[in-house]
Design a protein. Structure first.
Lengths: 400, 298
């Protein structure tokens, strides 16, 4: 056997392994391009949530490129569809890393997808912003996960605080309409605990499945029990059916509340007058906000030919713009020497980062990647078919 | 009327309205199942695509609602004939399992096509029915609910007359009873199958149009078909009256459970109760309320 030849092959293999190791600095970054992955649902029943979000992310990067890019580099976003299925998200991430050789991904999708990809995220140092609002993503600290949106618990605590403090209710009759999905159960527990802290028990806890054909029994039960405040924990489609049903049975609670997945102008457009007492919580601004961030988002949408109808859920488009804005800023802060480590370090320099009102001031450190625990409340403005902000960014009250 | 009694009747009536929708969905399944022994897993997608077609006709082409309904039903009927001719007929003689798998493939194809053609956004149907509700003895009914009940009743009567008195209806019944004998009697079984698929798809289209009026239109609308499964099994897999009564029963049971049990037990008893009732009935009548008891002599 030719020993020299064998040694040569071994050397080539060793060099190949070395240069393709997960932590290789230059992966996805060339002199003029940054390759950035994105895994978000594009097709299937959940696509209505993923598409506006993804379009926001892609549009902002396009806009950034047209402004000259970042440090002379253009950002090339590669969007993979996971159909909201963790196995597909896992496969998509492998493709993005090994075939497309991206620097990182903006997000790997929702909670389940992020959990499924956790090891790869750590191995390949993929700084990302999960499309999920779970405490487990930042407590304990995960080095490459940067949470952006307030937890479900925070949102519902703020809603209950609003009833007791802003509306000055002493002993309100509160009912909850929730889905049996994870966020619904988290929401129910948060509301139950918060109301208890104010000395009030919930009058009703009713399940409204996401695909419910009818909400009559829920509405009639709440009406029969004289529930004054209904807090809903479900996505937009069933909440639209629910709000319309309240009108049918002439049930007029003082307010119907919803959380971020059901806080969009669409609820007012779809329900009209029935939504007049609707109040939604969200960790991103409203499409009708008069803030520089929202104005920029509208300008970008217009530039790329998107009107409100084609965007779909504008709150999610705004979220997408916000997530990309974070990455754009992190690329700037990382400087010309961009690699997974410098990107992470750049994210960790954010101190009260101002997005112009798209999301609340945000800070990350090398010890905490927690999101700003703040939301805004929006009330239906029926004549203008909008949700209008009725509060500034606010945190849950400190309970004694 | 006493408050408690009013609550009961209100739940009952709204249960009947929902039950009518389930009945229409179940009817579509049963028609095909009875005649061809195929459980069409693409039925939910037909419901969804019909809702999208009607929405498109009303909002984009600005057609009057009634015209849009007629065109949607015609399109659904044509889709049924094409499905039978292009997808199912080549499968004649193949094992039932293979045919069922083909319908699953068809459901995926239809869902993808709907996404491509109509997009993935949530859409809200501009309801043609006035918002004013109708009060009868204190019981509130929306005009949509009233039209759902009237249309279901009209469709049931039309189907009854069609199956009882028309030549095609008789041919369908004959084919459902025994395909070989029907063929010997000169009935074109292939033509009958095509018609059955068409009628079944029209039934699904009517359900889809009404569902679009009470729910948000998106690709998830197809999952309503799953809610109709207990109705089909409860009524007896191959019984048309069974599908209707099963649908109504499930609608009523769901609503009463939601109104009474959900308050006491909690945790979404409304959705589970139909399956519990179904389980209990199947223990006593394994072939459903109106299904035929099959005795196999060996």
């Amino acid at each position: 056997m030719n020993v020299k030849r064998v040694l040569g092959v071994v050397l080539v293999c060793a060099l190949t392994c070395f240069f393709s190791s997960p932590a290789m600095a230059a992966r996805g970054v060339t002199d003029d391009t940054i390759k950035l992955g994105l895994i978000l649902v594009k097709t299937g029943p959940v696509a209505a949530l993923g598409l506006p979000d993804g379009h926001g992310m892609v549009d902002y990067m396009k806009y950034l490129n047209e402004q000259g890019g970042v440090h002379g580099r253009k950002i090339d976003v590669i969007w993979e569809d996971d159909e909201f299925q963790p196995p597909k998200s896992v496969a998509a991430l492998q493709k993005l890393i090994h075939r497309d050789k991206v620097l990182t991904v903006i997000t790997t999708g929702g909670s389940q997808q992020t959990i499924a990809n956790m090891k790869t995220i750590n191995d390949y140092k993929l700084s990302n912003v999960p499309n999920a609002l779970m405490k487990e993503f930042f407590d304990p600290y995960h080095p490459y996960i940067f949470a952006m949106g307030a937890l479900y618990e925070t949102q519902f605590e703020c809603i209950v605080d609003y009833i007791f403090n802003d509306l000055k209710e002493k002993n309100p009759r509160i009912g909850v309409v929730y889905t049996k999905k994870e966020y619904g159960k988290i929401g129910l527990n948060a509301i139950r605990e918060r109301a208890k802290a104010y000395g009030v028990d919930l009058v009703n806890e009713l399940v409204l499945p996401t695909g419910a054909v009818d909400a009559s029994s829920q509405v009639l039960t709440l009406k029969q029990n004289n529930v004054e405040y209904v807090i809903t924990c479900d996505v937009l489609p069933p909440i639209i059916s629910f709000v319309k049903t309240t009108e049918k049975y002439n049930y007029k609670p003082k307010a119907i509340f919803g959380f971020n997945w059901a806080t969009d102008d669409m609820i007012v457009k779809a329900c009209g007058k029935a939504a007049e007492n609707y109040i939604g919580a969200n960790f991103v601004g409203g499409w009708s906000d008069d803030s520089p961030g929202v104005k920029l988002a509208k300008k970008i949408a217009k530039k790329y030919g998107r009107d409100e109808k084609s965007i779909g859920l504008t709150s999610l488009y705004l979220h997408g713009i916000g997530a990309s804005l974070l990455f754009g800023e992190a690329f700037k802060r990382a400087g010309r020497d961009l690699n997974p480590d410098s990107l992470k370090a750049a994210f960790e320099t954010f101190r009260d980062f101002d997005s112009g009102g798209i999301f609340p001031p945000l800070s990350y450190t090398d010890k905490s990647h927690a999101p700003p625990e703040m939301i805004k409340l929006f009330k239906a403005d029926v004549p203008n078919k909008r949700l209008k902000a009725i509060t500034g960014w606010r945190k849950p009250m400190k309970m004694k | 009327m006493d408050g408690g009694l009013l609550f009961f009747f209100q739940l009952l009536v709204s249960g009947v309205a929902v039950g009518c929708l389930y009945a229409l969905v179940a009817l579509g399944f049963v028609l095909i199942l009875k005649a061809t022994d195929i459980l069409n897993f693409a039925q939910g997608e037909v419901i969804m695509i019909s809702a999208f077609i009607c929405y498109f006709l009303v909002t984009t082409l600005h057609l009057p609602f009634l015209v849009a309904v007629l065109i949607t039903c015609a399109a659904a009927g044509l889709m049924g004939i094409l499905t039978e001719r292009l997808v199912l007929r080549p499968m004649l003689g193949e094992p039932v399992f293979a045919v069922v798998m083909v319908t699953i493939g068809l459901s995926i194809f239809l869902r993808s096509m709907t996404g491509i053609l109509f997009g993935h956004n949530n859409l809200v149907f501009p309801s043609p029915f006035p918002k004013e509700t109708v009060k009868m003895g204190g019981i509130i009914l929306s005009q949509t609910q009233i039209w759902i009940m009237i249309s279901t009743l009209a469709l049931i009567i039309a189907f009854f007359l069609f199956f009882k008195y028309s030549r095609m209806g008789l041919a369908m019944r004959g084919t459902a009873d025994d395909q070989n004998v029907a063929q010997l009697m000169g009935i074109s079984v292939k033509r009958v199958f095509a018609m059955i698929w068409a009628v079944s798809f029209v039934s699904a289209a009517v359900a889809g149009i009404f569902l679009a009026n009470v729910m948000v239109i998106n690709l998830g609308l197809s999952f309503v078909a799953v809610s109709a499964f207990p109705a089909i099994i409860l009524g007896g897999l191959e019984s048309i009256p069974g599908a209707i009564i099963g649908g109504l029963a499930i609608g009523i049971i769901e609503n009463l459970a939601g109104g009474y049990l959900d308050q006491i037990i909690g945790g979404g008893v409304k959705d589970v109760t139909p399956f519990v009732v179904l389980f209990l009935i199947l223990m006593v009548r394994p072939y459903g309320l109106f299904g035929k008891k099959e005795i196999e002599r060996v």
